[in-house]
Unconditional design. Structure first.
Length: 158
């Protein structure tokens, strides 16, 4: 006898199930969302893929998603959702994406509905950015000279 197919839940359905069950992770448990963060060189490589890609079509945009979400489970589900939507994780709560305007609106509407589902003081910010703005970003901390990668110096050898 064949097993029934596993039902795939979208982000809103997953969070409704968690909310209905009243499940909360223990406070001492480390956040699983932290494990979804690639090493810095891999993140830089992915960002450069967006920045150095060809010119944007009129229907495309580059955008940042930033959030401050207190609930570990909600934060984990939103992080997984954004990764499934093709967003690249820059930091634990910051993502970048390049996609069609329609896709941006779909992600925005989903995140808006999720945020309205439960009583919270969380914030999610979606910011459209120009590729030139991303190229001029500066990095403080880890030893990665992002400027040399985004705008390599022109050198002529004889």
């Amino acid at each position: 006898m064949a097993r029934p197919r596993k039902k795939e839940f979208d982000l809103k359905e997953q969070l409704k199930c968690l909310q209905k069950a009243g499940l909360r992770p223990p406070p001492e448990r480390p956040s699983e969302a932290d494990n979804l963060l690639d090493p810095l060189p891999e993140r830089v490589r992915k960002i450069l893929g967006i920045v150095q890609a060809g010119p944007l079509k009129a229907t495309e945009m580059t955008w940042l998603i930033m959030y401050d979400i207190s609930d570990d489970r909600v934060r984990l589900q939103i992080a997984k959702y954004l990764i499934r939507q093709g967003c690249i994780r820059i930091q634990k709560s910051v993502f970048i994406a390049r996609s069609e305007n329609k896709h941006f609106e779909e992600v925005y509407q989903t995140l808006k509905e999720v945020n309205e589902m439960y009583d919270n003081e969380d914030s999610i910010i979606l910011v459209p950015v120009n590729a030139s703005d991303v190229r001029s970003m500066k990095l403080i901390g880890k030893n990665v000279n992002i400027q040399a990668i985004t705008d390599p110096p022109t050198t002529l050898f004889f």
